[in-house]
Design a protein around this ligand. Structure first.
Ligand code: PGA
Length: 306
């Protein structure tokens, strides 16, 4: 049978088996009815047993016909799968990936993207790093493939995948009197002059939640709009602060002292977010799988000097 049966005949047979009608199969395949009948006749001759029988006005498959229908479905499934995997490989060779990250995520997002692009050099990538308001507006407008955030938006329907730990740690200048002290209480640390990020910052919200949860208030001495400015102010002896450990990625290990304060590190996560209604592209899916496959988490805070 194999040598003489054509793909077209199997396609016609599969359509008849599925639709239960020669007429509907010929319509679906844009063939005339005599062509359909002729091809089925040839197929039946080649197989050597009846495949379809007429029962009154209806047609039905014989037991052999049912087995052949099952086999053709499996063949078509395998071929569909093959076609899809070719399309995916093509997509990964030359697709586009558009990402947006909240400012603090800029400490790790470019590195991850760089590693991914090495694996798939043909992909055209764009990464925009901006503030929370603009990230939320872009999610709502469904403009990019994936967004990196420290806190998934609550009022937009999104799929949020945690991809990495994001511990918030308390930092001081290395010569700060509290450096090296054990188990500093929240009450004590609240009395220090704090350097705070701007209102709306995810880091700031997490710190404020911790203190207000213990009926404490901290009094910002300075409000600074970036992690880098905060780090400079700490080193200038202007106060202490708490930042994502990722904000120290490029700093020397002993440049700051990490203070041992109860309630810290605040354990947060970085999320890759996309609007719930958006079907991820092949490239975006591959990037997300890549992020999840890395199993990376920031190390849990242990030492005091970092
Ligand atoms: P941010 O960081 O403090 O720069 O807003 C994002 C977050 O941690 O939620």
């Amino acid at each position: 049978m194999r040598r003489h049966t054509t793909f077209r005949q199997l396609e016609i047979f599969e359509a008849i088996a599925r639709l239960g009608s020669f007429t509907r199969a010929s319509e679906e395949l844009f063939l005339t009815q005599p062509t359909v009948s002729m091809q089925i006749k040839k197929l039946t001759e080649m197989v050597g047993v009846p495949l379809i029988e007429q029962v009154g006005k209806k047609i039905q498959l014989t037991p052999d016909g049912q087995q052949l229908a099952q086999a053709t479905r499996e063949i078509f499934d395998i071929l569909d799968h093959f076609t899809m995997s070719v399309a995916e490989r093509q997509g990964l060779k030359q697709g586009k990936l558009s990402l947006m990250a909240i400012t603090t995520a800029s400490y790790f997002a470019p590195r991850l993207l760089g590693e991914f692009v090495k694996l798939y050099p043909g992909i055209d990538v764009s990464l925009r790093v901006t503030n929370k308001e603009q990230v939320l507006a872009s999610i709502a407008a469904n403009l990019d493939d994936l967004y990196f955030l420290g806190q998934p938006p609550e009022d937009i329907d999104v799929v949020a995948t945690p991809i990495m730990d994001n511990p918030i740690i308390v930092l001081a200048a290395p010569d700060h009197p509290l450096a090296g002290k054990k188990r500093i209480s929240l009450e004590r640390i609240a009395q220090e002059p704090w350097l705070m990020r701007e209102t709306g910052s995810g880091t700031r919200n997490a710190i404020e939640r911790l203190f207000t949860g213990h009926d404490l208030n901290i009094h910002p001495r300075l409000e600074l709009g970036s992690n880098e400015a905060i780090k400079q102010a700490i080193l200038a002896g202007l106060g202490i602060s708490a930042l994502s450990r990722h904000a120290l990625t490029l700093n020397q290990p002993d440049q700051f002292a990490e203070l041992d304060v109860e309630g810290f590190p605040i354990l947060r996560h970085w999320y890759a977010v996309h609007p719930a209604g958006r079907q991820l592209s092949v490239v975006a899916r591959a990037f997300l799988d890549y992020l999840l496959g890395r199993g990376e988490g920031a190390p849990v805070a242990t030492g005091r000097k970092i």
